[in-house]
Write a protein that binds this ligand. Structure first.
Ligand SMILES: [Fe+2]
Length: 346
């Protein structure tokens, strides 16, 4: 068996494969680790054939949809998943065939309605249903403490006590435990009475995960994260350093149009000498009038360097093949004490 455990902060994902047939699946992949997964699969000599999310994640950005696009392989989730991009919906008791391996799905709602665990040989990928020394929370969308009680006490904890538990999270650097260890030592599993367990889960009063709104939006719809949009734009444009731009501005280089894409009040409060104002929100509407020559060299700048990157990528997509972005923004320009003009340009 090929097996890799990849941690991203407290999130755990897994590459599991059949070493005889060289096929593998990724379980709960995280968006920022895409290159890491592909490199591990290549090193281990397996081809990723399935992308599996154990449930709709609220606390990290799933890589399943993006990897499905790159690899042309199916996204697998439980049939209760709301995500429209799931290619293969599976139900309780069904299996994903991975060469000689069989990944058996157990529907274990509670943390979310679409939570499932996956069992292969002596390992159980428990998602957020069962964590090491904990359980998934039940106060996020579609969570249900009564369902979690049933999933744990009437399903998962009946599995072989020797089987290994690989959860979707661990914040203390532990890789796994066993069903037997969890039954014996997991504090939440000591509440074996249904009413007491439900009362404990309802009383946890946990803080909301960071990025929950964006994680649910993107994981449930397959839409892009803000970081993905920026990464795509960044990969499509060249950049110029602050120092390089300064020397070109001081040399009054005629060839270069510095395009300040902030709003007018920010521009008039202090801009790069000679910069033109064209707010990002008006870029597409005013581009024909303001930038009639698409062969000109244009450098976009903004306050922090993000919006200018998007603006430069938009300009490139519109045919301004010499559009670049400032590596940094006006905040950094001011901080290093480079020259500024205020008000309107003459
Ligand atoms: Fe979760």
């Amino acid at each position: 068996m090929v097996f890799e455990q990849i941690a991203t902060g407290g999130c755990q994902s897994y590459l599991i494969g059949c070493d005889q047939t060289c096929v593998a699946a990724l379980i709960d992949p995280e968006l920022s680790q895409i290159d890491h997964y592909l490199a591990l699969a290549a090193r281990d000599g397996v081809r990723i054939r399935y992308l599996i999310d154990t449930h709709t994640h609220a606390d990290h950005f799933s890589a399943t949809k993006e990897l499905a696009r790159q690899l042309d392989v199916p996204v697998v989730m439980h049939r209760a998943s709301p995500a429209p991009f799931v290619d293969m919906r599976i139900g309780d008791g069904e299996m994903v065939v991975l060469g000689k391996l069989r990944l058996q799905a157990l529907h274990t709602p509670g943390h979310t309605a679409d939570s499932m665990c996956l069992q292969v040989e002596d390992r159980v990928f428990t998602g957020d249903t069962l964590l090491i020394g904990g359980t998934g929370r039940t106060d996020l969308p579609s969570g249900n403490p009564e369902a979690l009680y049933d999933s744990l006490f009437n399903r998962l904890l009946h599995l072989d006590p020797a089987w290994q538990v690989y959860p979707a999270h661990d914040y203390k650097g532990r890789s796994h435990s066993t069903i037997g260890d969890e039954i014996a030592t997991n504090p939440r599993l000591q509440k074996r009475d249904r009413g007491e367990f439900v009362e404990m889960m309802r009383g946890l009063n946990l803080t909301m995960p960071t990025h929950i709104t964006e994680a649910l939006r993107t994981n449930m719809s397959g839409g892009k994260t803000v970081a993905s949009l920026l990464a795509e734009a960044t990969s499509a444009v060249p950049f110029m350093s602050l120092a390089e731009l300064r020397s070109r501005v001081e040399a009054s280089e005629d060839d270069l149009i510095v395009l300040d894409v902030r709003e007018r009040d920010a521009y008039e409060g202090g801009h790069i000498p000679g910069a033109r104002l064209l707010p990002r929100g008006q870029l597409e509407l005013r581009v024909n009038q303001d930038l009639p020559d698409p062969t000109r060299r244009i450098l976009a700048c903004c306050e922090l360097g993000y919006i200018s990157t998007l603006a430069a990528a938009t300009l490139r997509s519109m045919g301004f093949t010499r559009a670049v972005a400032l590596d940094g923004g006006m905040k950094a320009w001011r901080e290093v004490g480079y020259p500024l003009n205020t008000g309107k340009e003459p």
